[in-house]
Design a protein around this ligand. Structure first.
Ligand code: NAD
Length: 360
């Protein structure tokens, strides 16, 4: 099979972790006889440095012409980087928002899984996580508060700001279908998270989710208020299978769900739409504090590449092969510094990628 991948290395540790993931994809290509063509796309600070903007229309079209996108991370340290002295639409993050919106990547999927080998790194009490947990958070990504009209005005001698939170039935329905489809292939449970006791968009959200759930009688649906969900994630994470929620709630809850695994360098993510195209990236940022040192954990990006094979290319055996190689490397005792513990073997970013590629 031949597939074209837009490769966005981005900023900070982005180039290191993406190169690690490409090593693993090359190993898949060799083992299964696929041809992967890599198209370099500049985005974020790397693009600002050359073109003065975080994503040019040419690179956007190039990314859109591929079958999927593999992204490292973008952005820098806002307290020192000159990128953050620019207007907000010219900053690195604006490139990512433009890409998501232009390509209509409305569904963000983040698995949160506790590896047996990394239980020590989990900040929750042992009795809470003794049986592990395995959930995904499906976050709506192109609507809601982050995309509504906003304004700051001077009124009666003081600044007043507002941000609009808007959702249409169709925006809610399309992500609900995605979430129920995924739950059907997992443990058949959707927890829809909202704030329906207070806000209108949440009441509409709940109504549409109820309608969609009728098409999936085999999938159990429950509703949970966002404040309760934040608490339940810490109290009993094992209860969750697919958490489905809107943009801002998902932003916050998915970071919480990442943290309880104790290892942000391990967590992959996918941004999907309703065809096979998708963008795949680690859940973490560009980690400017450790950039260029070859110590970043490449596993989140490598597992994101596995999601790309599964969701965009329908290469299930190949995706399993990457996930098993990651498990094997952890079983064999190799760790990057962020997940290091006593008695284990500390390796660099490039070495970890090589060890995983060797196990494909
Ligand atoms: P971050 O995720 O980059 O880093 C948080 C902490 O986790 C740091 O101590 C970092 O060293 C560590 N860390 C992150 N990834 C790691 C890895 N793979 N291996 C080992 N340690 C790792 O978050 P931040 O510091 O808040 O943000 C830094 C920059 O990244 C900012 O400019 C932010 O806007 C950007 N960012 C980009 C994305 C993206 O590209 N999608 C997402 C989040 C943040």
């Amino acid at each position: 099979m031949e597939r074209k991948i837009a490769v966005i290395r981005g900023d900070g540790i982005g180039p290191e972790i993406v190169d690690g993931a490409l090593k693993v994809i090359d190993a898949i290509s060799e083992k299964y006889g696929h041809k992967f063509i890599y198209e370099d796309v500049l985005m974020g600070g790397a693009s600002i440095n050359v073109y003065g903007k975080p994503l040019t229309d040419e690179f956007l079209s190039k990314a859109a012409s591929c079958d999927a996108i593999l992204l490292g991370a973008i952005g820098g340290d806002a307290s020192v980087s000159p990128w953050y002295k620019l207007e907000s639409f010219l900053r690195p993050e604006a490139g990512l928002l433009k890409l998501r919106k232009s390509l209509n990547l409305f569904a963000n999927l983040r698995p949160s899984y506790l590896y047996d080998e990394l239980k020590d790194a989990c900040p929750l009490k042992e009795e809470i996580v003794e049986d592990g947990f395995d959930m995904v958070i499906m976050r709506e990504l192109t609507g809601g508060l982050y995309f509504g009209e906003r304004e700051t005005v001077l009124k009666n001698g003081e600044y007043v700001a507002h941000d609009n939170l808007v959702y249409s039935e169709s925006e809610i329905r399309r992500i609900a279908i995605r979430a129920f489809d995924i739950a059907r292939k997992r443990n058949k449970k959707v927890t829809s998270v909202d704030k329906a006791n207070v806000i209108d968009t949440s009441r509409l959200w709940r109504k549409v989710i109820e309608e969609v759930s009728k098409e999936y009688p085999d999938v159990k649906l429950e509703h949970m208020l966002v404040d309760n969900c934040a608490m339940q994630l810490i109290k009993n994470p094992k209860q969750f299978d697919v958490i489905l929620t809107e943009n801002m709630f998902g932003d916050i809850l998915s970071d919480e769900a990442s943290m309880i695994t104790g290892s942000i360098g391990m967590l992959s993510s996918a941004s999907l739409r309703d065809d096979s195209f998708g963008m795949y990236e680690p859940s973490h940022g560009s980690a400017p504090d450790i950039a260029g040192k070859d110590i970043a954990n490449p596993i989140a990006t490598i597992l994101s590449a596995a999601m790309m094979l599964r969701y965009s290319f329908d290469m299930i055996a190949e995706a399993n092969s990457i996930e098993n190689a990651v498990k094997k490397v952890l079983e064999d005792g190799y760790r990057t510094v962020d997940i290091m513990s006593e008695g284990k073997k500390e390796v660099s970013c490039s070495k970890m990628s090589e060890l995983i590629a060797d196990r494909i």
